[in-house]
Design a protein around this ligand. Structure first.
Ligand SMILES: [Zn+2]
Ligand SMILES: [Zn+2]
Length: 213
């Protein structure tokens, strides 16, 4: 029988040897011990990493569950607010190249930080049935939006300008429709969440399109 020579698997030895049995990886009992200890250490490390991974996964899951529990405790108004914020953000993005729907300024004075608002023609407070109606909301400068929230001459002017510009941009029919009666949708928690997610997605899509342009 031909003798097969092997090299010892102990990295500090690597001597050639004649194995006495199949699968013998070491030249001596000492090297056998070194290899066995190395393997045990490797297995120990592996088990440690696996335990660490499992612990991290459990922590993450616990965090997810905590988040779900916390959200379950939130009132419906929390999601209503999120939905309105997402809708308003969409309107500002949609009208990003439009002047203020009321005063017509494209570059309004920096009175309120130079930011734009989403202004509802029929106010959210007075006509909540149109709070998520895209035809009822347009980009408005902060000054006009703040003015329309007040009572008196300024609010009346802003509203008049708003209506006149709506007629000019989209026609009398739209204004008549907006002024007409509308069914009151009975939004529930799930509706607010759905609307929020829809408008967040629309915002992402618009932002991408604008960045690509
Ligand atoms: Zn050896
Ligand atoms: Zn304005």
């Amino acid at each position: 029988m031909r003798k097969i020579r092997r090299r010892c698997k102990n990295p500090d030895c690597r001597e050639w040897f004649n194995p006495a049995f199949q699968n013998q990886q070491w030249c001596s009992a000492e090297c056998g011990t070194v290899i066995a200890l190395a393997k045990r250490e490797k297995d120990r490390q592996k088990a440690k990493q696996e335990a660490e991974r499992r612990r991290r996964e459990e922590t993450q899951q616990e965090k997810r569950h905590t988040k779900i529990r916390k959200l379950a405790l939130k009132p419906d108004s929390y999601f209503k607010k999120q939905a309105q914020q997402a809708f308003n953000q969409f309107i500002r993005l949609r009208d990003h190249d439009q002047p203020c729907i009321s005063c017509g300024e494209t570059n309004p004075p920096d009175l309120h930080g130079g930011q734009w608002d989403c202004g509802h023609f029929k106010t959210v407070g007075g006509f909540p049935e149109l709070r998520f109606e895209e035809r009822n909301a347009y980009r408005q400068c902060k000054s006009c939006n703040a003015g329309s929230a007040k009572h008196g001459a300024k609010a009346a002017t802003v509203a008049q300008q708003y209506e006149a510009n709506l007629v000019e941009r989209y026609g009398q029919a739209l204004v008549d429709w907006l002024n007409g009666p509308h069914e009151m949708p009975h939004y529930r928690r799930d509706d607010f969440i759905r609307i929020r997610d829809e408008y967040r997605a629309k915002c992402r899509k618009l932002t991408k399109l604008m960045e690509a342009a």
